[in-house]
Every structure is written in structure tokens, then in C-alpha cells.
Write a protein that binds this ligand. Structure first.
Ligand code: FAD
Ligand code: SF4
Length: 510
């Protein structure tokens, strides 16, 4: 039977069972589409990375004998949206059946279901064979529970997949070494020379220009450094194991003006595009750890495993449990617009200047920059979660809705009212100064709360707690913060509010 099989840009799993055998009756189709470049404005590096990764995937599988139709963004016969492309190529290939891999995004899932309903041939959806969990595993695990906590899901996953377990107990005697993941980086230990690919991407940039795809952010046409092939992705993984794993956990929460990546793996694009599977990443890291156990502390490894086996799978499960309603949630009732400096990095606040500037330059910021600098500011200034989501979905190389929205709207903006996080991640300058060297080079004083050179985060923090106090009155994890707020006298609170309102009403002046 002649079949047409669709592969989306984030389904680049070369190890999928579809490719176990070459079948001349099967044609695979992949397309660079305006539908995908335009649903949100993306960072230029993100579009380049996806298109390059898709092209490399097609080349590798064509070399193995599989039959591919590949539509480039500039191809005249490219109809630019899924519906038209699928129907057009069913006709052209005389396909008798249409098959696709289950998308990870709700929007595409709905679209493909609708397309299949309108076809006059049969269709079938298959698993991507990428994640440890199915779409519904988390929902089944928490059935009947009011509150979901990542830790219980993570422990179940460790046991189920027998990862870092010894005789039914967690290796090292503890499930979680989070407490030891909180060191500030002060120039040492040295971070080994960064691995780069320095690819020339001028050709693809010309194509994007010709197609008039609108993007933002910066790119060096002669030195593109994201891994977009399987070989390059595996080399980033090896580099991480050899050079960075040894300090990964210790400096996971650290921030520094001179080091954009610290000991982070930068594997998120390779995993989210499915070039690498989470299982092969975890297996490689554990193999390396067991071979070098004398030199690597378990806390470094557990911290890494928790991010992938725990958080990544957890976010996927929450997404499929809560969508599509999740996308509308705004439980804290925030409505402010995104300041212009999110698109330029031009602000006097040194922490934001670095975190946003780096996001625009690299299409990357590490977790704490996303959460405790940019996300913290967005929440304290009460930006509308739709605006915040749109920015995060566009700017990061790894941003795909299932993992972006749960982290942004959920973990960072608390717009889901506590589905992902048990309390909002907000802080004053105190935390930022504790974990970074940003404040040292800032024109604001991190210790001052009011007055011209007082750090904006300080007044914004108290103003936020005060304005949202109704939302937090029953949240016992907020008790300490709220009782400190209660201790402030009216005059002090008025001054803080006044300063915060000035900042909120004119964010680009600060
Ligand atoms: P490392 O620090 O080396 O961690 C290793 C891996 O663990 C990552 O590659 C990632 O796959 C996984 N991981 C770590 N934290 C998380 C998490 N919270 N949720 C899911 N997986 C996690 N991650 C994305 O992949 N796409 C996004 O769009 C995204 N948006 C985010 C938005 C906000 C507001 C926040 C706070 C976090 C977001 N994250 C997102 C999670 C995390 O910041 C990135 O996965 C990480 O920074 C990627 O860099 P890395 O590969 O160097 O990660
Ligand atoms: Fe950021 Fe405030 Fe520190 Fe400046 S003083 S870097 S604005 S936290």
C-alpha cells in the first residue's frame, strides 16, 4: 500500500522504528512552512537551527535509502501550510494512506486531526518514541490528587526506569541533592574551552530573506554554533560529560556577567528537536559517571538527571493534562505590556541587560536567568502572561510550546495559580546579588529600597506582594513573605508603592 508519512520539524528521531526498514511504497514528507515561521515571531537562530536540523535529518535518511519529499521555504511548489501540503502530496504520490507522528503541540495536534477527518483516504498517528512517558502518564499518576508535586512524580520515574537506584533505594541515600546546587561562581573553577561548530549559514539566511520571513535577534552568518546534526549533538553530549558534568549541580543556579553558559549542557535544542532522546542523554551521563565515580560527586549527576527525567517529563504531562485551558490562564490578573527593552536589551538594570542581551545574541539564557531575572521582573511588573509567553516562545532556541508555556506561564508567572509551582518565584535584589556578580556593575544599589538609585527589584517586590495579597492569603508557602510585608508600616509601604508605580508606568526609563 502506498503511504505518505509526515515528519514535523521537531520530530527528528532517526532511531524511530519507522526507519528500521526501507520500503519503496513509503514516501516521507517534510516542509519548511510559513505556517510555522509566522505563528509567533521567532529568533533568527531558532529558525536557522530548525531548518538546518531538518535538512540534515532528511539527508541522513535519504542516504540510508528512504524516499523523501523535502520542501524548502523558497520552493515554488511549497504551499506553506500543512493542510494544503498534505492534500497536494497525497494526490502527487497516489498515497492510499496518510500517517503522522503525534505532535507535541496542541495546535498541531488539532490541526492534524482536522486534516485527517477531511481526507478521503485512511490515516493513522504513531508515537514519536522519544519521551519516557506517554501524554497521559502524569495525569494518570496524579488521578484523584488535588496538588501535584514534581518530587513524587520524579521518584516514581526513578523507580520505574531503575535510574540511580540501589536495592530499591535511591543511590547516595537521598532522592534529591538540590540543597547542594546553590553555589555562586566567582571565576573558579575554570570553565573549559567552549565547544563550537562555527558553521557558515549565509546560504540559509539568504533564503529566509528571499522568503521575507520576519525574525528578530542576532546571528553570526559565519559562525553558527548550535548542534543541528546527530553527530554534532552527540559531540556536545560527550563534551558535557567530560568537561562540565563535574560541576553541573554546584553552579546550576549561578549567574555571571562573563560566562553565559557556565556548566549548563546546552542540549535542549538537540533534545526538543528529538535529534537526541532523553534516554540516550541520561544513559550516556550515567555511564560516564559510573566510569569516573571517584572524580564526580553524585549531587552533580542527580541534579542533571532530575532536570530531564523529572522536570522535562513533568512539564510534558502537565501540558497534555491542562491544555487547551492552560493557554488562557491569568490567575494573578496581570495586564501590563512588555517593555520595549525586551527587544533591545537596553536597560540600566544590569541583570536584565545581561540576561536579555544574551537571549537576543545567543537565543539562549540558562534556567535561572529565565526564571529569576527576566521572569521575576515580568511577574513583579505584572506583565500580561500572553505577552510574556509570546516573547519566551520566540526568543529561545529550545522554545516549543509544551515546554515553554508550562515553564513560563506556570513556573515563572504563576498564572496557573499553582499547578506547576507551589509559590511564585519572585525575589528582591538580595537573591540576585547572592547568586551573581550583576549588582556589582549596576548603577542601582541593591541594598536601597527607595530613592533614585534604589534597585527597582526591591520596591517592585514589596509592591507585588501587597497588590496580590488576596491571592496568597491561603498559600502557606507564602506565609513568611506575607508576615514580613505585614510588619511594614504605612509610610514605608507607601514609599515602596510609589517607587514601584513609577517603574511600572515607565519601564523603559529604568
Ligand atoms: P541544562 O541546565 O543543561 O539542563 C539539562 C536539560 O534539562 C535541559 O536541556 C532541559 O532539557 C532539561 N530541563 C532543565 N530544566 C527544565 C525545565 N524547567 N523544564 C523542562 N526541561 C528542563 N526549556 C525548554 O526546553 N524550552 C523552553 O521553551 C523553556 N522555556 C523556559 C521558560 C522559563 C521562564 C523557564 C524558567 C525555563 C524554561 N525552560 C525551557 C527550562 C530550562 O530553562 C531550559 O531547558 C534550559 O535552560 C536549557 O538549557 P540547557 O540545555 O543548557 O539546560
Ligand atoms: Fe539587577 Fe538591582 Fe542588582 Fe542592578 S542592583 S543588577 S537592577 S538586582
Amino acid at each position: 500500500m502506498k503511504k505518505l508519512r509526515l515528519i514535523l520539524g521537531d520530530q527528528l528521531n532517526q532511531k524511530h522504528s519507522w526507519f528500521n526498514e526501507v520500503d519503496p511504497d513509503i514516501t516521507y514528507i517534510m516542509a519548511e512552512m510559513r505556517q510555522e515561521t509566522d505563528y509567533v515571531k521567532h529568533h533568527i537562530q531558532k529558525v536557522v537551527a530548525f531548518f538546518m536540523a531538518m535538512r540534515s535529518f532528511k539527508d541522513d535518511l535519504t542516504d540510508k535509502g528512504h524516499q523523501f519529499i523535502y520542501l524548502k521555504i523558497t520552493d515554488a511548489e511549497n504551499l506553506q501550510d500543512l493542510d494544503s501540503i498534505i492534500k497536494d502530496h497525497i494526490k502527487k504520490t497516489n498515497a492510499e494512506k496518510f500517517e503522522y507522528l503525534l505532535p507535541d503541540e496542541y495546535r498541531l495536534d488539532q490541526q492534524l486531526k482536522d486534516i485527517c477527518k477531511s481526507l478521503d483516504i485512511t490515516s493513522e498517528a504513531f508515537d514519536t518514541e522519544h519521551f519516557y512517558t506517554s501524554r497521559t502518564e502524569l495525569a494518570d499518576f496524579y488521578k484523584g490528587n488535588k496538588q501535584m508535586v514534581m518530587e513524587s512524580f520524579y521518584r516514581m520515574m526513578r523507580k520505574k526506569h531503575d535510574i540511580m537506584m540501589a536495592n530499591g533505594q535511591p543511590e547516595g541515600g537521598k532522592w534529591n541533592f538540590d540543597q547542594s546546587n546553590r553555589k555562586k561562581w566567582k571565576g573558579e573553577p575554570e570553565i573549559p574551552h567552549k565547544r563550537g561548530f562555527r558553521k557558515d549559514v549565509s546560504g540559509i539566511l539568504e533564503e529566509l530573506e528571499k522568503a521575507e520571513v520576519k525574525t528578530f535577534g542576532n546571528i553570526d552568518a559565519n559562525s553558527f554554533n548550535w548542534p543541528v546534526t546527530r553527530e554534532d549533538s552527540l559531540s556536545v553530549l560527550r563534551y558535557f560529560c567530560k568537561e562540565l558534568l563535574v560541576h553541573f549541580g554546584d553552579y546550576q543556579d549561578a549567574l555571571h556577567t562573563d560566562e553565559k553558559f557556565l556548566f549548563h549542557s546546552r542540549l535542549s535544542f538537540a533534545m526538543n528537536s528529538k535529534i537526541l532522546s532523553p534516554k540516550e542523554v541520561i544513559d550516556k551521563v550515567l555511564d560516564f559517571y559510573y566510569d569516573n565515580e571517584k572524580d564526580i560527586d553524585i549531587s552533580q549527576v542527580e541534579g542533571f538527571v532530575r532536570q530531564i527525567l523529572g522536570w522535562r517529563e513533568y512539564m510534558r504531562g502537565i501540558y497534555w493534562k491542562e491544555m487547551p485551558e492552560y493557554k488562557q490562564l491569568n490567575k494573578l490578573d496581570n495586564h501590563n505590556n512588555l517593555p520595549d527593552f525586551f527587544w533591545t536589551g537596553e536597560t540600566k538594570m544590569n541583570c536584565l541587560k545581561h540576561a536579555i542581551g544574551q537571549s537576543l545574541d545567543e537565543a539562549y539564557a540558562h534556567h535561572i536567568q529565565r526564571l529569576m531575572i527576566i521572569g521575576n521582573y515580568a511577574l513583579l511588573t505584572q506583565l500580561h502572561p500572553d505577552e510574556v509567553d509570546k516573547w519566551y516562545l520566540g526568543v529561545y532556541i529550545d522554545a516549543i510550546e509544551w515546554v515553554e508555556i508550562t515553564n513560563t506561564r506556570g513556573m515563572s508567572q504563576f498564572a496557573d495559580g499553582g499547578i506547576v509551582a507551589t509559590k511564585p518565584y519572585v525575589s528582591s535584589a538580595n537573591y540576585i546579588n547572592k547568586m551573581s556578580n550583576y549588582c556589582g556593575g549596576c548603577q542601582y544599589s541593591h541594598t536601597k529600597k527607595v530613592g533614585e538609585n534604589a534597585c527597582p527589584f526591591n520596591s517592585l517586590y514589596w509592591n507585588f506582594l501587597n497588590e496580590k495579597r488576596e491571592h496568597f492569603k491561603d498559600n502557606h508557602r507564602m506565609n513568611m513573605m506575607m508576615s514580613l510585608l505585614e510588619k511594614k508600616n504605612n509610610a514605608e509601604l507607601n514609599d515602596l508603592q510609589e517607587r514601584a508605580q513609577q517603574i511600572i508606568s515607565n519601564p523603559d526609563n529604568y
